[in-house]
Design a protein around this ligand. Structure first.
Ligand code: HMG
Ligand code: MG
Length: 297
């Protein structure tokens, strides 16, 4: 067990961070946020989702966001797609990576995507074939890996099963979502140990929400297993509209501060990253939930 030398940070603030915001956020503001993240050296950004605009109106302008980005830069822009229709919309925009999502909880899957886990996996299969044919990378998410707002307890075997299924289908990586930030470090380790019985640490990302202030501790516990991919959101923005009680992702500034303090590289400039967090919170008129972001602000 050793910490990795460098870690890939996937900033999900333009998608996870803004999908749950009540205030209207203009396309220009979203694009400015993405550009500021890039200026800070963030190389992987989840920029939008092509879900139903009736379900998540905040993401209705996804195609406009994409059209304002130069898709030929070295930044890896990913978009979330729930079904074949969302994938086709993303493909028409020229994306090179999509993220698909399922969960380890039946009730959450029903609330979030109006289907069962098996049906969500079937929808993902419908995305996977055309994605691989078009050389589009596919990243997977498993939600509710440490607990569900509706079903409560989630078995680690179920998390492991859905993760392995996504990898077998062709996802290059699966990000494990503590959607409602309910986990604690030992539970996170036990869950991860079960998952790593079937897939390698290089195939896993961590996507921890910070509802109860446990996300950094949970990440640290899991990093010992060699995980080298972390999702985070500037200013700690984030939350799923269909997960009752979910709040922000762990803040990118706090994660980067911790990793740099441990001598782990991210390629990110922390001061410039904090500027992105300050920009988006002042534009929307909400408080900045990053502890480090507030120190630097
Ligand atoms: P549904 O209502 O069951 O879908 O929703 P449907 O297939 O019956 O279609 C209904 C209507 O929606 C039709 O239009 C479709 O054409 C349209 P109508 O005939 O009524 O005019 N439609 C679409 N339109 C645009 N784009 C699409 C699309 N699909 C159908 N892709 C559906 C099923 C999956 C679409 C819906 O439930 C949905 O969009 N859910 C997404 C909810 C969501 O975005 N949640 C947040 C993201 S997940 C998350 O945050 C967790 C994560 O961060 C990890 C973690 O934290 O754990 C990733
Ligand atoms: Mg999330």
């Amino acid at each position: 067990m050793a910490y990795p030398k460098s870690i890939r940070i996937v900033d999900v603030s333009p998608r996870d961070g803004l999908q749950n915001i009540k205030q209207a956020v203009s396309t220009e503001t979203k694009v400015a946020l993405i550009n500021k993240l890039e200026l800070a050296g963030v190389k992987d950004i989840e920029v939008a989702s092509f879900v139903s605009p009736k379900w998540v109106p905040q993401m209705a302008d996804a195609a406009y966001v994409l059209s304002a980005l130069d898709l030929n830069t070295s930044t890896n822009y990913a978009v979330l797609t729930p079904n074949a229709k969302g994938f086709e919309r993303a493909l028409a925009c020229g994306v090179k990576e999509v993220a698909v999502f399922s969960a380890a909880s039946e009730s959450f899957t029903k609330k979030n995507t109006n289907c069962t886990i098996d049906e969500s996996l079937k929808r993902i299969e419908d995305i996977m074939r055309p994605a691989l044919d078009n050389d589009i990378r596919v990243r997977g998410y498993v939600s509710c890996v440490l607990g569900c707002p509706y079903d409560g307890y989630i078995s680690t075997e179920k998390v492991s099963y859905v993760t392995k299924t996504l990898i077998d289908m062709g996802c290059y990586e699966v990000s494990l979502g503590d959607t409602i930030g309910i986990g604690t470090p030992l539970k996170a380790k036990l869950m991860l140990e079960e998952v790593l019985k079937n897939v390698s640490a290089q195939q896993i990302g961590l996507h921890f929400h910070d509802t109860r202030g446990q996300a950094l501790a949970n990440l640290l516990a899991c990093l010992e297993y060699g995980i080298a991919s972390i999702d985070a959101s500037v200013a700690g923005l984030g939350g799923c509209p269909y997960a009752k009680g979910a709040s922000g992702n762990v803040s990118t500034e706090d994660v980067v501060y911790m990793l740099h303090g441990m001598g782990i590289e991210t390629g990110i400039n922390l001061e410039k990253l904090a500027v992105a967090g300050q920009y988006i919170t002042s534009q929307i008129g909400i408080s900045n939930n990053s502890r480090v972001g507030n120190v630097l602000g």
